[in-house]
Design a binder for this molecule. Sequence first.
Ligand code: ADP
Length: 236
Amino acid sequence: MQSRFGKLFDAIQSSLIILLYGPPGCGKGTQGRLIIEWLGNTIPSISTGDMLRAEIAARTPLGREVQSIMAAGGLVPDGLINAALCSRIQQPDCTRGFMLDGYPRTVEQAEYLDNLLASRNLPSPIVIHLDVPADVLVGRMVSRRQCSQCGEMFNILSKRPKVVGRCDVDGSPLIMRQDDHEDVIRERLRTYEKLTRPVVAHYPSDRYFQISGDRSTPYIFEEITGILESVMDAKT
Ligand code: ADP
């Protein structure tokens, strides 16, 4: 069912840009799915990681170029990801705005996004930062499994599938992401600290909200929806 916010958002003819920011494994994907549903599917969720994994699966030239970088836990060059994002947000489903999961991940990407939004007359983003301690992240990621078809996430410790190794939604096999092995996870966390954490300073305090992601899903979601409602209420 659509939320009060979703209806409000429908009524006022403006766009909404949400950035879900935080380290690998902080829960961006889980919260992202809930937010989009709460918004009544008015805007799409764009995960740059999912976009890149789709390129790899389809063996496109971009996929071939980024495969080894992702497998090693590094970042894809800014120019490549910026171009991919630019063409994605020109799709018709982005006319009311969009939510980004995993972008921007460098200061250069944040600057690129600023220019892109300004050139398209779109508002500045609301940044939701899910903060989780590094030791919690490693434990979460080594035990997570993803549906090979629909992308639904499970965790063999905290969110087990009903049938071992199978997705509850469509029954497809669950897989471990290639970069969810401990040595690669540690490299991804190093990359995050070095290149992605500085992005926080890029956003003004009235658009940036840091919340603890080391809590259960409903508590985090309640805090996020409270933030989105207060930002929208301030606009009306
Ligand atoms: P996580 O947030 O759990 O690390 P993602 O699915 O967002 O997972 O990203 C997986 C990988 O895809 C990253 O480690 C990186 O190699 C690549 N990637 C995703 N988004 C970006 C981006 N905005 N810039 C550069 N590389 C990216």
